[in-house]
Design a binder for this molecule. Sequence first.
Ligand code: PBG
Length: 325
Amino acid sequence: MIFPDYRPRRMRQSKAFRRMIRETVLSKDDLVLPLFAISGKNRKNPIESMPGHYQQSIDNLVKTAKKAKDVGIPAVIIFGIPDKKDALGTQAYAKNGIVQRAVKEVKNKVPDLAVITDVCLCQYTDHGHCGMIDKNEVDNDSTLDLLARTAVSHAKAGADMVAPSDMMDGRVREIRELMDESDFANVPIMAYSAKYCSAFYGPFRQAADSAPQFGDRRTYQMDPANGLEAMREVSMDIEEGADIVMVKPALAYLDVIYRITQEFDLPVAAYSVSGEYSMIKAAVNNGWLDGEKVMMETLTSIKRAGADMILTYFAIDAAQVLDGK
Ligand code: PBG
């Protein structure tokens, strides 16, 4: 097909034609909204680097969850910021921990909204790493049981799905086994499978107070240079029992999302992380970008790459745009 026999512009000339040949359609069904829970009442601390997002006490978090449901978003993912941290991250798997309480309240007040929980230890450990420390190293195997206990405690609180984001080897199997033994065989696991050691998490670490106190996360999160390694991580997580596999961040890793969808048949989630949101917001606030257009273009591109769902801080805004509001 070459010019002038074929003229690509013919099918672009009207809005109706453009609608008819559109390949990727973003839907509210694709969106998951991240929320940050803190203790107390009527608290709403703005997260400076993420305009429009807050650390919220549970009463306020429930209001945002209700709003998410009202605009038609199917799910939220809850992160907790505990009052106390310790070496073993005990608040991560405490029966009355911040996430456990938040989940209970949201499920109580907004039952139709699916609640996913982030399963990790970094917000809960005083050293800020996602696993146990042994001789200044993040120890894999002694962390697994704590992650599994965290996941089960979330399920007991009513979580509809758990999402391990720690990147320890073997954690999906450990979580699946303990969940099954604990009568939660029906609670799916969304595994952060290809989670890169990314500088785009900066604003989140401020929001969740989870920056590592020494070193970095390079011994467990993946090198941004690697794509094949993502395939191995995904195939391991699938064999261990993951129901959804995730790529994180999204924008700088669209090729990884695409590759996974070509090779595996499970649903793929993409986490468009804090830094992706902050970057766009900062440019918009400077008047340098059209916020709504860039938001929709970004989300559509992540979907075009193959993501079946997108965890995004734009979830409510995008849902409203999709509704024409
Ligand atoms: C916890 C976790 C992180 C994010 C999600 N879960 C931070 C990290 O790995 O340092 C990042 C989310 C974001 O940046 O929006 N391990």
